[in-house]
Design a protein around this ligand. Structure first.
Ligand code: PAF
Length: 284
C-alpha cells in the first residue's frame, strides 16, 4: 500500500493507476475507520477488480463542521486506520493535512443549491458546502472511475450525485448499504461519544425506522406525513436522553418531501444525545 500525504504524489500515483487501463475506485472517509468503512472498501475492491486500484482518503474536513460542532474532538487514529487499510488490501491511502487541502489562500467553494437545503442542510447550514467542496477536490486529484459512499448519509450521497452530474465529473457514484450493530444502531464514528446510558437509548433511531415500516405495512391507505411523524416523535420522546432534531419523509431519488407515506417512501431522522447528533434513514 502506498501512503501519500502530498498533492504531487497523489496526482502522480493515480495518473499511473489510470494509465494501467484498470478501474480506479475512490472511498473518501474522515478516518477513524469502522466496519462500515471496511464494507465500502470491499465494495470498492469488487468494482476495481484484482488489477484495479482502490484509493482511500482519510481527511477530517474542517469546512464541513459548523463553528459549534465537533471538529476539534472528532476521533483521529491515523496509525490504526493505516493498519486497517493495509489489511483490507487498499492500494493507495491518501491522508493529507489541513494545510495541503486548504492552503492559506483557499476561497473557492462548490455549492449544490437544491437537495442540500433541507434535513441535514437545514440543521447544519454550511455542512454540504464543505462536503461538496472537498469531494470535488478529491475527484479532481484522484480522477477515479467510481466513488463509493455509505447509505447512512443518504442525503449526502444524493447531493454528491447531483454535483457529479452538474459538474460533468465522469465518475460513477456507488452507494453501499448501512452497516448496523446487532441491536440496529447504524455504525458511526460519533457513536464513540455516547455514554453507556445514551448508547442504550440510541437504538431509538432504528426503532423509529422499524415502527414506520410496520405502520406503512399495516395501513390500508397512504398515511398522512404529519400523523406518522407525531406517532414516531412520541417514540423518541420516551427516551429520556434523546432530543429529536427532525423526522422527514421523502422520495429516495429526488429527496422531494412526501405528504402521503407509502411503501417506497424514504424516512430520515436526526436525534441528539447531549451534544452528540446521530442520523439514520431507511426505505419504508
Ligand atoms: O461521509 C464522510 O465521511 C464525509 O462527509 C466525506 C464524504 C468523506 C467528505 O469529507
Amino acid at each position: 500500500m502506498k501512503f501519500i500525504r502530498a498533492i504531487p504524489a497523489i496526482s502522480r500515483e493515480t495518473k499511473a493507476a489510470r494509465s494501467s487501463g484498470h478501474p480506479v475506485v475512490l472511498v473518501p472517509t474522515m478516518g477513524n475507520l469502522h466496519a462500515g468503512h471496511l464494507s465500502l472498501i470491499r465494495r470498492a475492491r469488487k468494482l476495481a477488480g484484482a488489477k484495479g486500484t482502490v484509493v482511500v482518503t482519510l481527511f477530517v474536513n474542517r469546512i464541513q463542521f459548523g463553528p459549534t460542532e465537533d471538529f476539534a474532538s472528532y476521533p483521529r487514529n491515523l496509525k490504526r486506520d493505516t493498519a486497517l487499510c493495509r489489511e483490507a488490501g487498499v492500494d493507495i491511502l491518501f491522508a493529507p493535512s489541513d494545510a495541503v487541502i486548504y492552503p492559506g489562500a483557499h476561497s473557492t467553494y462548490v455549492v449544490e443549491s437544491r437537495l442540500a437545503k433541507r434535513m441535514e442542510g437545514a440543521s447544519r447550514p454550511t455542512h454540504f458546502r464543505g462536503v461538496t467542496t472537498v469531494v470535488a477536490k478529491l475527484f479532481n486529484l484522484v480522477q477515479p472511475d467510481a466513488a463509493v459512499f455509505g447509505a447512512k448519509d443518504w442525503q449526502q450521497a444524493a447531493v454528491i450525485r447531483q454535483m457529479t452530474t452538474d459538474l460533468n465529473f465522469p465518475i460513477r457514484i456507488v452507494v453501499a448499504p448501512t452497516v448496523r450493530e446487532r441491536d440496529g444502531l447504524a455504525l458511526s464514528s460519533r457513536n464513540a461519544y455516547l455514554s453507556p446510558a445514551e448508547r442504550e437509548q440510541a437504538t431509538v433511531l432504528y426503532d423509529v425506522i422499524r415502527a414506520a415500516r410496520l405502520a406503512v405495512k399495516h395501513a390500508p391507505a397512504p398515511l398522512p406525513a404529519g400523523v406518522l411523524r407525531r406517532k414516531l416523535s412520541r417514540l423518541v420522546a420516551k427516551q429520556r436522553l434523546a432530543k429529536l432534531d427532525y423526522i422527514e419523509f421523502f422520495d429516495p431519488k429526488t429527496l422531494e418531501p412526501a405528504k402521503r407515506i407509502d411503501r417506497g417512501t424514504h424516512i430520515a431522522l436526526a436525534v441528539f444525545f447531549g451534544k452528540t447528533r446521530l442520523i439514520d434513514n431507511g426505505r419504508l
